[in-house]
Write a protein that binds this ligand. Structure first.
Ligand code: HAM
Length: 422
């Protein structure tokens, strides 16, 4: 016998015990998205590698180090998507969704990045994201942030901090970049190895460095805010005003630069201190140049993506408080006749009570072992049908989540009784 084959490092199975929390999150999020008029888009998990190079940027960590890229049998270079925005824009251009139209779109699914796995950071992880197209103003930036705030309200997540920043337009950033490079080049002796490399390729990311040795040099660096034109400034001020109008606290974090190249103007992150180093549960911003960069007509886009595993980890901390319920009832069947009739009864109940969540015991076994299974299923009620009950036209009912005595109910009244219980 060979060795057991295991899942790939950093890629996880979602086990049946865990999936109710995922469903709670997904259902809540979907309801909120629907409430704001966002519609789902599903794109393939594989795209041409070129798409990610041209959108995320050639000299980002994702494209340089983290993509799962391979040649298919035709020799085309394909990549497992590391994020959802690029595919969304590709699909929008391909299907003519952007021309003179406003679109509100959401998506979800697995994403792939070959990062070093740790708590909250995986190689296959899941995002739910949304993107709005065709709107240049800060009003939609605010809507996008409010939408995310409503997720936390809906899901009962507290204590997330909103951080925002503006990255200006790409022209403004180019001027700033020159200033930053000249400031940092004059202080090369204070830069760590990673930052020295980034100085040549992606100097703005140096601002994002977590290294304590870099703190002083970063604190003294010129600020992008001072290089913004009037329009970018007004855009940002209006967003800040909007956040105040809706009573949303926020922190302006000038070091928030994001790891993808396509952003312009607004960027934001929702951060928690409960998950250790991987505390960003949701991140996004505006990316007005991207549609054109990918071959479409100039257009506007803004959106975000959340890390589902990270949000689930937060929800798991209070799993007891989540409104996750076991089945309504577990049908215990004792004896051959009861086993046969029980299956018929279960189907009749399902016909009469749409939405009934009932587990029918299969496979026989002692009363004790069936009752144990009923209890473990987290059902609210055990329904007990033996040949004796059958002969008398009744069924035993035992509440499993409190201490009430078992009682009997006429089989004819069972559907009515369950209706009042579920
Ligand atoms: P991102 O910051 O790369 O942005 O990812 C968004 C979120 O996905 C992160 O804040 C985090 O919660 C989660 N995430 C990222 N990498 C991992 C990982 N290796 N393991 C677990 N969770 C992870 C984007 O992907 C942009 N497309 C967001 C966006 C949409 N911007 C505009 N529209």
């Amino acid at each position: 016998m060979g060795k057991n084959i295991q899942a790939i490092r950093g890629m996880h199975d979602l086990l049946p015990d865990q999936s109710p929390v995922w469903h709670y999150l997904e259902d809540g999020v979907r309801e909120v998205l629907d409430g704001y008029g966002y519609k789902e888009l599903r794109t393939p998990i594989l795209e041409l590698t070129e798409l990610f190079k041209r959108s995320i940027g050639e000299v980002t960590d994702i494209v340089e180090k983290e993509m799962y890229t391979f040649d298919d049998r035709n020799g085309d270079s394909l990549t497992l998507r590391p994020e959802g925005t690029a595919g969304c824009v590709r699909a929008g251009i391909e299907h003519g969704l952007f021309h003179n139209q406003v679109q509100r779109i959401w998506y979800r699914g697995p994403m792939f990045r070959h990062e070093r796995p740790q708590k909250g950071r995986y190689r296959q992880f899941h995002q739910i994201g949304a993107e709005a197209y065709g709107l240049p103003g800060p009003d939609i930036d605010l809507e996008i942030i409010m939408l995310t705030r409503r997720f936390w309200q809906k899901l009962g997540l507290e204590g997330l901090e909103l951080q925002i920043n503006t990255l200006g337009t790409s022209q403004e950033r180019a001027v700033y970049r020159e200033q930053l490079v000249s400031y940092l080049s004059a202080r090369k002796d204070q830069l760590d190895e990673d930052s020295l490399r980034r100085l040549e390729t992606n100097p703005l990311r140096i601002l994002d460095s977590k290294s304590p040795d870099m703190k002083v040099v970063i604190a003294g660096a010129p600020s992008l805010m001072d290089y913004l034109g009037e329009e970018s400034k007004a855009h940002f001020e209006s967003l800040c005003q909007g956040l105040e109008d809706v009573g949303q606290d926020y922190v302006v974090n000038p070091r928030l630069v994001r790891g993808l190249d396509y952003y312009a103007r607004t960027v934001f992150e929702w951060v928690t201190d409960k998950l250790g180093a991987q505390g960003t549960v949701c991140a996004g911003g505006r990316y007005d140049g991207l549609i054109e960069q990918l071959g479409g007509r100039p257009g506007h886009g803004v959106g975000f993506a959340m890390g589902v595993e990270r949000l689930v980890a937060l929800l798991e901390e209070n799993r007891e408080q989540l409104p996750i319920k076991g089945p309504d009832a577990y049908l215990v069947l004792m004896g051959d006749e009861a086993q046969r009739k029980g299956l018929v009864l279960a189907e009749q109940l399902r016909d009469r009570l749409p939405g009934l969540r009932l587990i029918t015991h299969c496979g026989g076994g002692s009363f004790k072992s069936q009752f144990k299974k009923a209890d473990r299923s987290e059902a609210a009620l055990a329904l007990v049908l033996g040949d004796d009950e059958l002969a008398r036209g009744v069924i035993g009912v035992k509440a499993l989540r409190d201490d009430k005595e078992q009682r009997e109910i006429a089989l004819d009244d069972l559907a009515e009784f369950l209706k009042s219980e579920i």
